[in-house]
Design a protein. Sequence first.
Length: 458
Amino acid sequence: MRMVSTVVFLVFFTINKIWLKTSAEDLFAADLLAESVKISYITPRNLPSDAWRPLVLATCFPGLHNESAPCRRIPNLVYGEELLYQDFRIRLPYFVNDEQKQIYLTVLHHYRDVWRRGRVIGDYAYFLNQRGQNLIYINVAYAGKPVPGVWGDDACMSYGADKHVSAFPPWQGSSTAPAAIFLASPDDYSFQHFSDRVAMMLAQTRHLTTRVGGGWKYIATPNMQVPAVRQLWPMLVPNFTTSALLPASVYSRIETRMLLYPCQSPLIHPYTHQLASELIQQAAGFDPQVVVPVQSRPVVLFLARRGSRNWDNQEECRRGIEEFLKERNRGEELLTFNANAYPTIKDVVTLGRRVKLMVGVHGGAFYNLIFMQPATGVVEVCPVAPNAKSSRCGAMFWEMASVRNMPYWSVVATNVSPQWQIYHVDCGVVISAVRHALEHLEIISSPLEAFHQGSKFR
């Protein structure tokens, strides 16, 4: 227990010594500092995500690269964590036939220059050597870099986010200035990209954010119009109020007494994705360790699509799935998801405890999988260019589902417009995917496995 808690007390002591009032814990913290190890785990929370906690390097020692977090030498940078995320692999999607599989793998091959996270070998994609950094500065200002809320190679949580580790100008400091976390990643105001970026950074910094008296402020883009985002903030941040938000723009100058920069967080890892979902489950009043058995969940959730990327024969396929469920006679019901019928996230989480399978065409509604339980199946209809060189889907929902232990089936649809509208889907293929999912969900193993280098790739 002493080794496990070292990293948290080490952070607290370092920050206290520099800028906080000396407390009665200083002697205990100093004793821990003297005995500290160079590698530690984050303190466990008694949650399933504990199994995926990263190792934390908080001390620079010989052999570490000078751009490792604890070895960086930047004005007013007082603490750096290099998070060594555990390697893992996820099973490739399930398919109803070899033709569908080959089209999907061809798209993934052409996508490889963008999708640099995974490496496909055999029936698995391997995610190796992922790292994150939490950097803490004192008495610096945010002055418009990284550009908030905008997509770019150097945006927060993009591959070039480390370009901005020296972008925060020092100032004289003030005890009344806020302690702030920079979270203004691309489209951070949208439900989709709050869920896959901001929530990931909040998970990566969770072990640090309880260590500052008076609470944190959060540097983010000022748009708070999306109801789901307004609800997610307090579910992921204890005691959150909108007054904790510091609106960012390219013209901003936000002076802080302490700034936490976590933009080097992996986009896909079981630890951050599972922890974010667990915190949401807890905030909704459920125990993340209590999972409703798949066989006890009656709902097949149909995600209808309107407007862009409309599925022209969507209703035909929906009726076909409904007829199939009647033939199965297992008490399952097809429910077409209507967000207006579930005004709160707690309502969606409650629904998720009844959902056995999600099915629909690629779109933002699939982000609701973050509210579902492990072992929920996912069938995604994926718009693919006729030449199989590009796709609207990428790999995101396959990855997001798999790291949450949710088996994933892909149905590729190549009869699409240049705007990715699907003209026609073979409903027989969709129904076959639903059939395969429902027949195997209760018996197949998790798509997620730990992987240790030195093991045999297979």
